[in-house]
Ligand binder design. Structure first.
Ligand SMILES: NC(=O)c1ccc[n+]([C@@H]2O[C@H](COP(=O)([O-])OP(=O)(O)OC[C@H]3O[C@@H](n4cnc5c(N)ncnc54)[C@H](OP(=O)(O)O)[C@@H]3O)[C@@H](O)[C@H]2O)c1
Length: 430
């Protein structure tokens, strides 16, 4: 194939995703050229680990630690920012867009915090700005939201968007074991980072649902307004109880359109075993979207890994390259991002699972039921799990109730003399 008119790619950050992207562009060069009509090649890579670059890159690829020089390089038409974080990644992205370069990123944190501003900057400079790998790793979801589902009013997005926590929950559900033990094992296998806070506490999933809700509902969202609870407090007992009741516990990222704005939240939830999301196992991700025209769709697949995320990055590079060939960069117009209010946590309506330890006396159940009733919390079912040494463990499932009402009820129940402990409260997503 022709060597004329090479479309030059510059990669900033040669880590897991950078290396996956590089090897896909090299190994599938012919397939990619056939689809674009011109060769697409990595011409320059910048990473702080220059020794690694010397070892891994073909000799004709420029290698340095200087990301700004890569952006200024006239042979680089598409800049891939694959460092992660907001700084200096955001500075590099802005510098590239202001120089009229097209940009591809995999950076959920940057997108969640500055996405609308960066899309506006790209449009101002007639540049492309693509970010498929920022959510769902190798699963296409950004492009479906921007293109394939563009004719829909998106009503709901529910996803398992963090592979680390899904692996942990799958193991806890399958073989039992405490969160601590399973986490240690996940770290040994490379499925969890040595500092797992971002995954375990739900922050990673919150970045991702911010991006999805922003695109789905054409809204400017503040990531800090989104309710975020991770799985760090989850007990093996609750995972087992959930299964007995016909549910799996999953870390869900949820965004819904409401009459007044948007409901958005990240938290562990009981999901009925009959729902396709309940059977998503291991490090896989799945995202379930409801559009008013299409109905329900679900995308599923590997949510992380250098080759999976690299696949999404290269998909974006191919699309940008096609735009270069046809002279249509910037054709995906920036959305009209609106400032839609995010529903206050107290107004969220959900079903709940609550486990508590109480003195095994006559009248305790009636006292608890009274507090629930006084706070407008209707009980769907109650199971007594154990009764040892005069202490009983009770599990309640409620009907739909407002968050502020159940919190008020639980606070009152906690004050009852015969209630030793409210052990767990977990939302149920039907
Ligand atoms: N890993 C995945 O499965 C996955 C999936 C989807 C999306 N993503 C996203 O992809 C991005 C990259 O993730 P990753 O897992 O590939 O990270 P990574 O393995 O840590 O790679 C990042 C690389 O960037 C280098 N770097 C840091 N600052 C730099 C600078 N100023 N100039 C040049 N290079 C610099 C790092 O070098 P040092 O190590 O020396 O700092 C490292 O080699 C992140 O936004 C992440 O959220 C990752």
């Amino acid at each position: 194939m022709s060597d004329q008119g090479v479309i030059g790619v510059g990669i900033i950050g040669f880590g897991i995703v950078g290396q996956g992207t590089y090897s896909i562009l090299r190994d599938n060069a012919e397939t990619i050229e056939r689809q674009v009509g011109r060769p697409v090649r990595v011409v320059s890579v910048a990473d702080l680990r220059t020794e690694l670059l010397k070892e891994k890159l073909d000799p004709n690829v420029r290698a340095s630690a200087d990301a700004e020089a890569l952006i200024r390089d006239p042979d680089v038409h598409i800049v891939c920012e694959l460092i992660g974080g907001v700084n200096p990644a955001g500075r590099f992205v802005r510098m590239a867009l202001e120089a009229g370069k097209h940009v591809v990123v995999a950076n959920k944190e940057l997108l969640a915090k500055q996405g609308p501003q960066l899309l506006e900057l790209a449009e101002k400079n007639s540049a492309d700005f693509y970010f498929e790998a920022s959510v769902g790793g190798g699963i296409p979801i950004i492009s479906p939201l921007r293109i394939g589902l563009a004719g829909n009013q998106i009503e709901k997005i529910i996803g398992i968007v963090n592979g680390t926590t899904n692996y942990i929950l799958t193991r806890m559900s399958g073989e039992g074991g405490s969160l601590e033990d399973v986490l240690r094992e996940a770290q040994a296998l490379g499925y969890a980072e040595s500092d797992p806070t971002n995954d375990i506490e739900g922050y990673d999933a919150r970045y991702k649902i911010t991006i999805l809700a922003s695109l789905g509902f054409h809204a400017r969202l503040n990531v800090d307004q989104i309710l975020c609870e991770g799985i760090s407090g989850l007990k093996a007992t609750d995972v087992n109880n959930a299964r007995d009741l016909g549910y799996n516990i999953k870390l869900l990222a949820v965004a819904k359109r409401t009459p007044d704005g948007i409901e958005a939240r990240v938290h562990p939830a009981l999901v009925p075993l009959s729902h396709p999301i309940a059977s998503v196992s291991g490090v896989n991700n799945a995202i379930f979207v409801t559009g008013d025209a299409v109905g329900d769709i679900m995308v599923y697949g590997p949510g992380a890994g250098g080759m999976a995320a690299g696949s999404a990055v290269v998909g974006d590079i191919v699309e940008v390259s096609r735009n270069i060939v046809s002279g249509s960069n910037g054709r995906l117009k920036t959305l009209e991002f609106r400032d839609l209010p995010v529903q206050a946590t107290g107004d969220i309506v959900c079903r709940y699972y609550a486990r508590m330890r109480v003195e095994d006396h006559p009248g305790v159940l009636a006292a608890i039921a009274t507090q629930f009733g006084d706070c407008d919390v209707s009980i769907a079912s109650m199971v007594q799990k154990t009764a040892e040494d005069g202490v009983a463990e009770l599990v309640f499932l409620t009907h739909e109730v407002k968050e502020r009402d159940i919190q008020e009820a639980l606070e009152r129940i906690r004050q009852l003399d015969d209630v030793d402990e409210i052990c767990s409260v977990i939302r149920v997503e039907e």
